[in-house]
Design a protein around this ligand. Sequence first.
Ligand code: HPA
Length: 282
Amino acid sequence: MTMKRFQKKQNPLMEPIDKCLAYLRKKNSFQPDIALILGTGLGNLAKRIKAEKVFAYEELPFFPKTTVQSHGGNLILGELGGKKIAAMEGRFHFYEGYSLAEVTFPVRVLRQMGAKTLVVSNAAGGLNLSYKKGEIVLLTDHINFMGVNPLVGPNADKLGPRFPDMCEPYSNRLIDLTVKAAREQKIFVKQGVYIGVTGPCLETRAEYRMMKNLGADLVGMSTVPEVIVGVHMGMEILGVSIVTDTCDPDHLEPVNIQEIIKTANEAGPKLDKLIGAAIAKF
Ligand code: HPA
């Protein structure tokens, strides 16, 4: 090992972020207020956005490409609920083989474009047995159970602190506003803690039992890396899950991914409506 290893390294993220941002700036002057990541089954919300500009991910410098069939692959810039939105139709997952730097790269770019708020949605398994399939749960907290963290490596001091505080990753203010919007829209919502795993296999009975004991209400294979990076860059964050399957270790049935996608798709319009109404209050 040479002393070189101990020299302070530049964060390798800055150049790709700057290049992607420069490309977007050259094509438009749009400054989003809110970055929105649309998870499984929630792609339809993209259709409610009054789009000013749509970029295929392929077109954007350094953007990864999606490999998951249920996800689109566009960055949509436009208006929703009277707010300027940058929506990601489809996200990237660690299980696809991307590094967490790649998974979270779009969040970095959207923050640099101007978005101060991040709304993340996902399909998740319900560990809390009071949850029913198709219900909406607002995330109050998370457990990073991925065994990796997107902030490992040289810190980009320009983007955020070395040791970001995680005492309120999901904004209580945004949760309150979303609960208000849900009441007005007569949409039933619950609240809970999300545990993030890498996947791609689902969990064993023993793992579900452990996760419940750790204090998690929901389990899924996304969201946690994006939220950590959002916190790193000082974003105010709302996380929303659709419960797509029940993770009851004592009565576990094989899950069918097509079923999960179907449940998410069926609940999608309800969540679209909620997010539209909530965003108008942010
Ligand atoms: N486990 C992990 N991820 C998931 C699940 C699950 O049971 N359901 C939906 N996403």
